[in-house]
Design a binder for this molecule. Structure first.
Ligand code: CAA
Length: 258
């Protein structure tokens, strides 16, 4: 099996399990982690013995967002050139169902990753948010687009503009999560759900996933491209530099509006 450094990969019957594994950074999604995650999903997708996948983090964090330290000093030009969000698109090509098992922090790019999965089992400890506004930027991987479709405009506005965090029960009520379970049962429930689906007619499951996604796709693509451009463009503002430096220096940012 491929050697990974930022994820752990296991199989449970016909289910492929991927654990995000950067505990020192609350599973912040750096380039290596994203590449490994996508490669592992693609490997399971190509494996006839696997019918569904589960992606999970730790009890403390599913993922605390994109890696701030990796991008804090980049210019807009560098961000456009790096296009580090592009690998996120690979999850859209996965044919088999992917279930997110979410405990603890599920923030920024972490929430966007969870939203890119097909179903979500939340632990009662899960907290969902898009805190990019605290860094002087906006979500860049679907947080304004998929989130709005999931929870509706008023709640999405509050989350994206004012860093409102949702509890697991709120996420369930607003349509972000399929179910909420005690934290110690979160992974077990997600694996059981995945195993149940993995036992169904494979071609019909894949066709069903494709068609449910089709309900959004046509409108989504344009919105996602515009969102990504806008996110990168904000790296030419002083507020983005201030926001990310303040995070790393563990202080409150001072906004200049420029
Ligand atoms: N990027 C890089 N490092 C991160 C990180 C991130 N997103 N989130 C946490 N870390 C690091 C911290 O810097 C810290 O490292 P050090 O020990 O070296 O200082 C370590 O993980 C533990 O974090 P904290 O000490 O902050 O843990 P806490 O329990 O006090 O707080 C938290 C937890 C509230 C989740 C806090 O870590 C936090 O606010 N993280 C940032 C969340 C965020 O802003 N996410 C959005 C990122 S931008 C994005 O995702 C853009 C996009 O759309 C693609």
């Amino acid at each position: 099996m491929t050697e990974y450094t930022s994820i752990l990969v296991e199989t449970h019957g016909r289910v492929g399990l991927i654990r995000l594994n950067r505990p020192e950074a609350l599973n912040a999604l750096n380039t290596a982690l994203i590449q490994e995650l996508m490669a592992a999903l693609e490997a399971f997708d190509a494996d006839n013995d696997i019918g569904a996948m589960v992606v999970t983090g730790s009890e403390k964090a599913f993922a605390a967002g994109a890696d701030i330290k990796e991008m804090a000093e980049a210019s807009a030009k560098e961000m456009h050139a790096r296009d580090h969000i592009a690998p996120f698109d690979r999850i859209l090509k996965i044919r088999k169902p992917v279930i997110a098992a979410v405990s603890g922090w599920c923030l920024g790019g972490g929430n966007e990753l969870a939203l890119s999965c097909d179903m979500l089992v939340a632990a009662d400890t899960a907290r969902f948010g898009q805190p990019e506004i605290n860094l002087g930027v906006i979500p860049g991987a679907g947080g304004t687009q998929r989130l709005t479709r999931a929870v509706g405009k008023p709640v999405a506005m509050e989350m994206v503009l004012n860093n409102r965090t949702l509890t697991a029960q709120e996420a369930l009520a607003y349509g972000l999560a399929n179910r909420v379970v005690p934290v110690e049962r979160c992974l077990e429930e997600a694996l059981a759900l995945a195993e149940e689906i993995a036992g169904r007619a494979p071609l019909a499951v894949q066709a069903a996933k494709r068609m449910v996604n089709q309900a959004f796709q046509a409108f989504l693509a344009e919105g996602l491209a515009e969102e990504r451009r806008t996110f990168y463009d904000l790296f030419d503002t002083l507020d983005q530099k201030e926001g990310m430096r303040a995070f790393m220096e563990k202080r409150k940012p001072e906004w200049k509006g420029e």
